[in-house]
Design a protein around this ligand. Structure first.
Ligand code: UDP
Ligand code: MG
Length: 321
């Protein structure tokens, strides 16, 4: 079989995945070697505290197609992905998880879609084996809320397993925001996109690295990055309540002036004060969420920094943003 002169980069963020990496590596190599492309596997170590960096060191010395970027600390999955995309040099770049939940046997299909002319091949999880109903439910709610509130549409179950053409990645590198929700960014970026469905198997080993708190942060990033609707919502509620209170005042005045009845009730006053107070706090909370994000953005800190780069030298002009 002749070699096709195109490079495929496979970007894999890993965080404490010592039981998974060797198996992942051999599966990917097995599937890629059946194709005639040149390929590189770029592991991004997201500040692991287990043997992950040591395993990566061994893999990079044993195989020139493997590179590893060791980040200085844990920056989170989305930043690790960004770091990998910044350093990948392929004509097509595939991002996937290192725990086998993104099946390596699907890689050839992604590549064939790319050869058909699609520049973004997005996978959509239709089911995940062995996941609690709670995670399924919250994830379903998140996509519904996200799509209802924001002006980008993200496929329900859209995952970070996707192929991106070099041109798309070049555009992606020009997004400098700190709060990253890559699914939304890719959906907003345009180009020729297609979806393929898959069923995510169980993790090969170890446990999910996403706590409820991390998922909540991730969801908030997704919504606030693409939508001003929550801010408008606070404004509309304000208008609505304002009109109600004007109506109520007129009513009270009417009773006072035109009837002999006493105006009833301290309790209504207390209730309305509490209601308004609560809504004001909620409104301030929403504004605070955005102001906090503006604060993070204006600091213009680097998105990540690397402790080491293992394997073949990177092109010198590829720098972190
Ligand atoms: N991951 C990461 N940094 C983190 C959390 C996770 O790089 O802070 C990696 C992890 O090693 C895995 C991928 O991101 O390769 C997906 O994580 P996980 O499997 O825990 O998420 P889940 O599949 O449960 O949503
Ligand atoms: Mg997983």
């Amino acid at each position: 079989m002749g070699v096709i002169n195109k490079l495929i980069s496979i970007v894999v963020p890993v965080y404490n995945e010592q039981e998974n990496i060797d198996n992942f590596y051999s599966e990917v190599v097995k599937h890629m070697e059946q194709l005639a492309y040149c390929f590189e596997i770029i592991f991004v170590d997201d500040g692991s505290s287990d043997a992950t960096p040591l395993i990566l060191e061994r893999l990079t010395t044993g195989d020139k197609r493997v590179r590893a970027l060791i980040m200085a600390r844990n920056f989170g999955h989305q930043v690790a992905l960004t770091c990998g995309l910044d350093h990948a040099q392929g004509d097509a770049i595939i991002t996937m998880d290192g725990d086998m939940q993104h099946p390596p046997e699907m890689v050839p299909l992604l590549i064939s879609k790319w050869e058909e002319g699609f520049q973004v091949v997005q996978t959509v999880r239709i089911n995940t084996e062995g996941v609690s109903w709670f995670k399924n439910f919250t994830s379903g709610m998140f996509y519904k809320l996200m799509n209802a509130l924001s002006n980008v549409q993200v496929a329900e179950g859209g995952s970070d397993f996707r192929l991106l053409d070099k041109q798309v990645v070049d555009s992606f590198r020009r997004f400098h925001e700190r709060a990253r929700f890559i699914r939304g960014m890719i959906s907003a970026i345009g180009y020729r996109q297609t979806n393929i469905e898959f069923i995510a198997p169980k993790r090969f080993a170890g446990q999910s690295k996403f706590s409820l708190k991390k998922m909540l942060h991730f969801a908030l990033d997704g919504i606030t990055a693409y939508s001003k609707t929550p801010l408008r919502f606070a404004f509309y509620i304000g208008i609505l309540l304002g009109s109600v209170s004007i109506g109520l005042t007129l009513h009270v005045l009417y009773i006072k002036i035109f009837t002999d009845e006493a105006v009833p009730g301290w309790s209504t006053i207390t209730a309305s004060i509490l209601l308004l107070g609560g809504l004001q706090l909620a409104g301030i909370g929403i504004i605070g969420e955005y102001v906090g994000r503006i604060f993070e953005e204006v600091k213009q800190r680097p998105l990540y920094w690397l402790r080491a780069e293992l394997g073949p030298q990177m092109a010198k002009d590829k720098q972190a943003p």
